[in-house]
Design a protein around this ligand. Structure first.
Ligand code: SF4
Length: 351
């Protein structure tokens, strides 16, 4: 017999009211603020989101502002958060809201699901957190808690686990007095207490109801799945400079980091299909960076173009590094330019 849904919901809601973190989108629960936070948090850690969220919301304080912005402006403001498709879809979704709902973000999960970029999880999150509706949500955190709580022995992220988690969430949310507090409470528990490894069971409000805790299987549930192999790569980057500026190139095709400005580089398969002919000079330094499952060692070389950069085509452009925040770029570009600036500012030996 599963524990009573209303008892479980009440425990989670009460725990949340005492332990919630003060996050910007929790003051007022404006639907636009909640929507953006949920999209940013989908594939990015909280501490990274918190570095970008406030600036992004100052730039786009309402759904209309993002709908009216150019894709370049949106990608530039998103730079550093990664998974740039999310930013494009958010802009498309904002345009849907302006065009089809007169700028009013709808409150039901059914209506929200008709908006570009909003899937079942995000629809449930906006509907429950911003509008207080009884809409279920399941993400990795919620699925993990439910797997442990109910002793569901299925692999992380598997369709079987997600199906079971949605069914249990529907049962629980229907019994919640405050869907906003209950759904956020489950996610907060997953982030702070019922973590992927070493869950802090002694301080968990659900320990008396938890099957994994009672059967000493907290380290075994949910079952881990095999990780895709990480690919190690070495990618040369070319730093072409004049007195103040650097050459960047824009990539217009491919699924990964499209429309972003990159440093000219030597591996077309990784960062795009365009390269620049250069005469490679001194190695300035190396740094490591991870993009999805690729562990990359970037090698930064001073370089000269073998032809005129202007003649090489529109995809190449001179940029003053102080202007970098204005243009969309992946975070390895900022790392490389910061490394180059650090080298320049070092005093010469004996000087
Ligand atoms: S008792 Fe432990 S395993 Fe069970 S829900 Fe709480 S933190 Fe997770």
């Amino acid at each position: 017999m599963p524990p009573s849904a209303s008892r479980l919901a009440a425990i989670v809601e009460s725990w949340f009211t005492k332990h919630q973190r003060p996050l910007l989108w929790r003051s007022g629960y404006d639907p636009w603020f909640v929507w953006v936070s949920e999209v940013m948090l989908q594939q990015t850690r909280m501490e990274v989101v918190l570095r970008y969220y406030a600036t992004f919301m100052r730039r786009f304080p309402a759904v209309e502002a993002l709908a009216a912005a150019s894709e370049d402006d949106v990608l530039a403001a998103w730079s550093g958060l990664g998974y740039y498709r999310r930013a494009r879809m958010l802009r498309e979704g904002a345009q849907n809201v302006v065009e089809r709902f007169g700028g009013r973000i709808p409150s039901t999960a059914e209506e929200l699901l008709t908006i570009s970029g909003i899937g079942r999880y995000t629809a449930g999150a906006i509907s429950s957190i911003a509008f207080g509706r009884h809409a279920p949500i399941v993400d990795g955190n919620v699925a993990r808690i439910i797997s442990r709580l109910r002793g569901i022995d299925e692999p992380v992220g598997s369709p079987a686990l997600m199906r079971a988690a949605w069914i249990e969430e529907e049962r629980l949310i229907a019994a919640a007095k405050s869907p906003r507090d209950f759904n956020q409470g489950l996610m907060e528990l997953g982030a702070l207490v019922c973590k992927p490894s070493n869950p802090d069971c002694p301080s968990c409000p659900l320990k008396k109801q938890c099957v994994a805790f009672a059967t000493e299987r907290t380290a075994l549930l949910p079952r881990s799945k095999e990780k895709p192999a990480t690919r190690a790569m070495i990618v040369p980057l070319y730093l072409i400079t004049d007195a103040k500026r650097r050459v960047l190139m824009r990539r217009e095709s491919g699924a990964l980091m499209r429309s972003m400005f990159h440093l000219p580089h030597g591996d077309t398969s990784l960062l795009g299909g365009v390269t620049i002919d250069v005469r490679r000079g001194e190695l300035l330094g190396t740094f490591r960076h991870t993009i999805t499952n690729r562990r990359i060692e970037f090698q930064l070389f001073a370089a000269d173009p073998t032809g005129s950069v202007r003649d090489a085509g529109d995809e190449y452009t001179w940029i003053d590094p102080r202007e970098l925040a204005r243009i969309p770029h992946p975070s390895y570009v900022a790392k490389a330019l910061a490394m180059a600036a650090g080298l320049q500012s070092k005093p010469c030996a004996g000087g």
